[in-house]
Write a protein that binds this ligand. Sequence first.
Ligand code: GCU
Length: 842
Amino acid sequence: MRGLLLLLATLGHAAAEDGLNAWLRYAPLPNDVRDQAHIPSTIVTLNSTETSPIYVAGQELQKGIEGILGQTLDVTHETSESPSIIVGTIDAFTAAGGELAVPELEEDGFWLSTKDGAVEIIGQNERGALYGAFEYLSMLAQGNFTEVAYATNPSAPIRWINQWDNMDGTIERGYAGLSIFFKDNLIVSNMTRISEYARLLASIRVNGIVINNVNANPVILSDENMVRLGKIADTMRPWGVKVGISLNFASPQTFGGLSTFDPFDERVIAWWTDITDKLYEHVPDMAGYLVKANSEGQPGPLTYNRTLSDGANMFAKAVKPHGGIVMFRAFVYDSVNLNENNWKDDRANAAVDFFRDLDDKFDDNVVVQIKYGPIDFQVREPASPLFAHLRQTASAIELQVAQEYLGQQCHLVYLPPLWKTILDFDLRVDGEPSVIGTDVLTGKRFNKRLSGYAAVVNVGLNATWLGSHLAMSNLYAYGRVAWDPTSDPEAMLRDWTRLTFGDDPDVLDTIASMSMESWPAYENYTGNLGVQTLTDITGPHYGPNPQSMDNNPWGQWTRADANGIGMDRTVWNGTGYAGQYPPEVAAAFESPDTTPDELLLWFHHVPWTHALRGSGQSVIQHFYDAHYAGAETAAAFPRRWEALRGRVDDRRFEETLFRLEYQAGHAIVWRDAICDFYANVSGVPDERRRVGAHPFRIEAEHMQTTGYRVTGTTPWEVSSGQRIVQTVGNSTAAVAETRVPEGEAFPRGQYDLAVAYYDLYEGKASYEIFLNGESLGKWVGDLEDRLGYTLTRGMDGHSATRVTFRGVEVGPGDVIRIETLPQGRETAPLDYIALLPPGVVD
Ligand code: GCU
């Protein structure tokens, strides 16, 4: 009996998976594929001790091969005559008598050969050998048994992760639960998840991590935390991942008890030197520090009239004797005094303005970490011009895997196509090729020793790491892009999909096509033509709130009014930002005739009727068309995913379906909010008469209700018809009822029945919908438990959502009735119901 059960368990098509193993599942290949694999029967690890990446590589190879091919290989340290899988550094290999004629390996690089029945995985260093082991396993896991022999080197030495984890265990801009690193102002003592994270990072060749928020709490420097930091470093070291921390510039005063944090004060310097020496006692190979200074309220050297380089160099000198580096963020701007009434004020100018004259002032172990665009991780930005100004100072790009402004992992948005717009951009410094990925960040263009990548990731305790299975392709691709910025987004995606979901061609094609369409779709239904994301910039950065962009000192202005929209960043008439680029690029951005359409409103203030270069369409009509197109793409996602039912294990299938359904609904919230808002601002109607016209909706405020009252939302444009209903009290049941209109509007047939409502946190209202007295289904307003976006308390663009019942048979005169029970602050708010004939997205 037990045998039978076991058999059934292994035969079960797709065991439920929680996502914890991400792309390192080592799932068994089908038998016919396995049969084609001819691999050596021993793994030889050269010079490995239990804490070395080589040892880990041996264990990982053993485990991976067992899972993928069902073969149990021995791991030894002894080389022999018979073919083996040999893993080691080039030095160890040569010392063991191996001969290798390989192209030159750089730091972290490796050689992989599977020729002649043997496998050679030889790293320039131990870390490189581990990367090679993961590469080999990735081939096997994808059923790729071709003979290869090649060397590969990283594009840049710095390939880091930033986590914005707070000491209390929350994560700033984290969408997947609490921190794996901190709890109650202490570093955690259980290292399990940290070790698992290090394993994932090693497999994508990430070699450093800063574990705490850039808005740093000095308590990370407590004695107890230093000891525990040592434990984290010990846990991650075997995976080749070095640990660093973010510092708070004012720590000498707020934590050390000094009267100042002036970087020129001897006591301050001594304090930091002492702290740094102590840290290195616990973490002898600490990667270094990350510093956010004089930005968004953070303290910094400007407080004492010292320059940013004075501040950075103080830390650089402290870590220098230990071999550490200082990542100093270029995200410095004044968020208090910018004034939209001044046509020339521009936050986008800040980084170059602050750093331009400091280029020869930084110590050689300072790396300026520059966000990809000049503002803040928007759906579309031009590349930061600062990359062209730092010729002597080491620099790194900052990307964001956490989808802060890009749907917070509740929307599928595959990011590499966005990153590519930056990495492939040629700044033409001195009229010569200066492509950001291949020339600048490799250090080649300006002969730099240090350069590279950092990505804000913000994984949490959720088993999926990022809150969404599909979002993990972004983390995977980040590592590959940092290794090789010319990596093809779709090819990376297909590798990731095979590793994560297996090689069913339908699964591969569906995930590849949806993901490749996802960022363009998101841009379409959020902010177009370089106007930025149009989300709530003073709040959660999630749902639509275009008016939040203007009339405040945050400097993310659209300058939209009845006449036009866009920031004039020209030199001749605007903020001068275009002139921060080298002359060829500056000249192109100076005129709307030579600015790419997708950045038109970033660089120019134009009338709503301005014709786009590409389509000839007006700006406002493009807004409308893009929003309708984007929402249609998102509406198709759940249907396309649904076709994979049974081909993906149930758990990951259902969890993904749930998010895609949610996204389809929220894309319509976005579409309508942005279209209604700009129709109102511009006064220009949609040529195709879709905006504001919803023939398939029945507004809740027009339904017959008991226990409900008519109210509105803030902002107004996130409700259909500018009105909603919410219950009168917060504990008494309520009802909204309507009769499907008689006449031609809704001939009897199959409809998708959507209900638009608001899901607040601090309460779980319950809903049940009936058709002619028969229940169609129930739901509860519990998105706060099921999705990870930043929560708000109101009926707004974040809480607006929909639920859809597919294929419901409806006809004239039928009665649709929703019975609700409010709870807490959640007053069962309803916006409308929609009866959608097949193919209609509204
Ligand atoms: C954004 C983000 C903040 C973060 C900041 C930064 O503004 O919303 O949460 O602190 O960037 O990168 O420092």
